[in-house]
Design a protein around this ligand. Sequence first.
Ligand code: SF4
Length: 472
Amino acid sequence: MFGVWSPGEDVAKLAYYGLYSLQHRGQESAGIAVSDGSRIVVYKDMGLVAQVFNESVLNTLRGHVAVAHCRYSTSGSSVWENAQPTFRATPSANLALGHNGNLINTLELAGLLGDQSASPAGRATSDTDVLTALFAAAGIGASGAGHPGVEAAALAVLPLARGAFSLVFMDEQTLYAARDPQGFRPLVLGRMARGWVVASETAALDIVGAAFVREIEPGELVAIDGAGVRSHTFAPAKPAGCLFEYVYLARPDTAIAGRSVQATRVAVGRRLAAEYPADADLVIPVPESSTPAAIGYAQASGIPYGQGLVKNSYVGRTFIQPSQTIRERGIRLKYNPLRAAIAGQRLVVVDDSIVRGSTQRAIVAMLREAGAAEVHVRISSPPVAWPCFFGIDFPSRDELMAGNLTIDGIRESIGADSLGFVSLAGLIEATALPANRLCRACFDGKYPVPVAEGEKGKHLLEMAGSPAAGIR
Ligand code: SF4
């Protein structure tokens, strides 16, 4: 997500560049909402940022405030109706909203809406759409013109939402940002010469030339307009940031809680080498999110580092794509072995995580076909054994390889000569954060917020009918 408030700047282009730098966080759809002070225009479509927007579209989006979003679906299908920013028009103010995360009381919130849930997109079935409808229902229309309505509505609604929600939203005048009390997903504030920026990652601030100011705090709502930045606490902070951001999700050139993601990944690789040494000739990463950990492994082990797999950067991240069929085909498109580098070599292959195991199985087979003498797989996270309900589409425990198999069972299934996962303590230590400020539920099953059985699942609203039809 990206948001900008900056009179005199081309906010649509800034939002486009910001979104482009955050493409790795979601590749299914993209959208930008812009307001010129009197009217919000939303443009969104399925596809990558560069597929959805071109110069002429951006030129039609004029104004001083914008919010932008690229979607990776965890609530509701990957369809146009669920693309973001979501939008609601009310008699006194309009609202456009982008959401990173996943609510865990979507059905409960939809139940509060009664007849007011109907989406202008017709068949929207996401937690985000329900939240947007709640904002609209909570007084935007009743409070008169301008931002006090949205601000008051947000302060009334945000304490009702549970789960992961980093939000950027806007009315015609004002940019808002909010973060759930756990701060599961990152969200940062940046300063530009003529305005303010909020973004999912600090790397997006760098790309648009904004200076990092601070993180939006867990439980905080921020409003930004001509009067400056107003901060409200809507709930007490109970920090539990996502540990998996450090492993895979965030860009290496991002910093979270003041700690460089790249430095964390290198430190994890060093720790992995100490915990699971290997007798080998060459350390190779599964590019690119594993590259820093492979560098760390090579540094600590003294085994030379090299490239063994060439990645086609134009193929999306495999597990972010919605179906298993696409995922399996995607792996073959994505990597090709460097035969001359790996033939006859005993390899340490460093990867960031094993979810279903399909990527690693394909890579091990590919490396053996290319002549590798031995393939030792090292993973820079502990086994992912539990589903995530806070914004990562990990499958059910049944589909997670580590939910069903022992370490040796996983090794056998992927066909590796040896397999080692960094310990949870080692990973946490590398973040330089205390364990009690991190969510690590996908590794240890201890969820920072309890999740009711009836609120689990990506297609809750679709199974219930729709927010408009089924939950009355
Ligand atoms: S369960 Fe895992 S992926 Fe989900 S928020 Fe917690 S650490 Fe992150």
